[in-house]
Design a protein around this ligand. Structure first.
Ligand SMILES: NC(=O)c1ccc[n+]([C@@H]2O[C@H](COP(=O)([O-])OP(=O)(O)OC[C@H]3O[C@@H](n4cnc5c(N)ncnc54)[C@H](O)[C@@H]3O)[C@@H](O)[C@H]2O)c1
Length: 391
């Protein structure tokens, strides 16, 4: 059906990002054109169960080694990475081998680190099969696994040789996983490119989020938003930090919920969406966001099916106890009882400290915003109307 190609530029690195609908033939041709001696596919058991024939098709005539692990975040470990590396080396991987990430962000990050480590760097191709991987992780050079101490503690930056996406592969995604990508896109719209909000509203209203047209828009619009803030920020340590909008409280909610419900708990995108509501209320309390701008957050987030409050497993005290461990600590001069936070001074306009889109936010301000979203009246707010601050 044809394939569209865009060039992704992140700092000094560029790579092609090609996507389309029913474009496996074009993807297989692109991979064949790399003339690898071996293709090392990194995937998970769920994706392989669904798409073994796709892996075979993408391999074509090139010898292939398929490395698969159990699905899920718990596999982003040093031991899984080591096992895959040893298997690849024992199977005869060389500098001419190409690592192909085929799956979501977890196989993508493991494959990225593998490609970087093998012989100090072999070629890496991403074929993402989740919306999060396609519209977020492969538009970043960050490759990381988790340590026993915390998430994404062990990592590096590595650029792929190419990214290929066939949006048809998203057809089998669970609803939560599909919507997680759209929640990250809601973040991109609210914090970077509000010009895209109407398209997102239209796809939500028409219940068309799973259609190839909406998914192609999701990829295009994500490329535009992420490129706008990472083009001159290879390591996402300056303008790229705006991508952390909603993540300070969102991650805290995710961690607290995971302790109770494990992998069956709140989806990443939903947690980030609730984190954005908290950030919006703090911005509103400072007089930086209007009632309408906070309402736009509620409208989009509830439209994406996210409950606009804390999950029943998580209390305000839980969030405040872990929010302090946020990974943006150190970007601003440390202050007792305050955290670096992405806030907005208007849709698409992050509040800045120097050249960083971060400002100090005190724990009492976070508590006040959490109290607003924890109120039943807030949860029942009709879409399009934000609950009043401080009532
Ligand atoms: N900058 C970055 O590198 C970056 C950015 C965003 C996210 N991430 C990382 O990505 C991970 C989250 O990504 P994810 O949600 O894709 O995780 P994931 O790889 O665990 O995939 C989520 C689930 O979807 C399943 N799945 C994948 N493709 C499928 C398909 N087409 N049909 C049915 N099921 C399918 C997987 O088996 C898994 O159970 C996190 O580890 C996060 O840290 C990294």
């Amino acid at each position: 059906m044809g394939i569209t190609s865009r060039t992704i530029r992140i700092g000094e690195r560029t790579y092609p990002y090609s996507f389309g609908e029913d474009c496996l033939t074009e993807i297989a041709d692109g991979i064949a054109g790399l003339h690898a001696d071996t293709l090392i596919f990194v995937t998970d058991d769920t994706v392989l169960g669904l798409y073994r024939t796709v892996v075979e098709r993408l391999s074509g005539d090139t010898p292939a080694l398929v490395l698969s692990h159990r699905a899920g975040e718990s596999m982003k470990t040093l031991s899984c990475l080591t096992e895959h590396l040893e298997t690849a080396l024992r199977a005869g991987a060389t500098r001419r081998s190409v690592v192909v990430a085929f799956g979501g962000g977890v196989p993508g990050n493991l494959a990225g680190l593998m490609a970087n480590l093998l012989f100090r760097g072999v070629r890496l191709v991403h074929v993402p099969t989740t919306t999060i991987a396609a519209m977020d992780s492969v538009l970043s050079l960050k490759q990381a696994i988790n340590s026993p101490v915390g998430k994404n503690h062990l990592g590096t930056y590595y650029a792929p040789t190419a990214v290929y996406v066939d949006v048809r592969l998203f057809a089998t995604l669970p609803e939560d996983e599909l919507r997680s990508g759209y929640c990250e896109m809601a973040k991109n719209c609210l914090a970077i490119r509000p010009v895209e909000l109407d398209r997102l509203r239209a796809y939500i209203a028409a219940d068309e989020l799973a259609t190839p047209a909406a998914l192609s828009w999701l990829l295009n619009a994500s490329i535009a938003a992420k490129s706008a803030v990472t083009r001159d920020d290879t390591y996402e340590r300056r303008s790229g930090l705006v991508l952390e909008y909603g993540h300070t409280v969102g991650h805290a909610i995710e961690i607290c919920d995971y302790r109770v419900r494990g992998a069956a708990g709140i989806a990443h995108g939903a947690a980030i969406a609730v984190g954005m509501l908290v950030a919006a209320h703090i911005s509103h309390a400072r007089g930086w966001l209007s009632d309408d701008e906070v309402s736009a957050h509620y409208e989009i987030i509830t439209g994406l099916g996210v409950e606009p409050g804390l999950p029943p497993t998580v209390s305000i005290a839980d969030v405040l106890a872990v929010v302090d461990d946020d990974n943006k600590k150190g970007y601003l001069t440390a202050r007792p009882d305050a955290l670096p936070f992405v806030l907005l001074r208007g849709l698409g306009r992050p509040a800045m400290t120097g050249e960083l889109p971060l400002v100090h936010v005190s724990l009492p301000e976070i508590r006040e915003a959490l109290e607003i979203i924890a109120k039943p009246s807030a949860r029942l707010a009709p879409s399009g109307s934000a609950p009043a601050v401080g009532v």
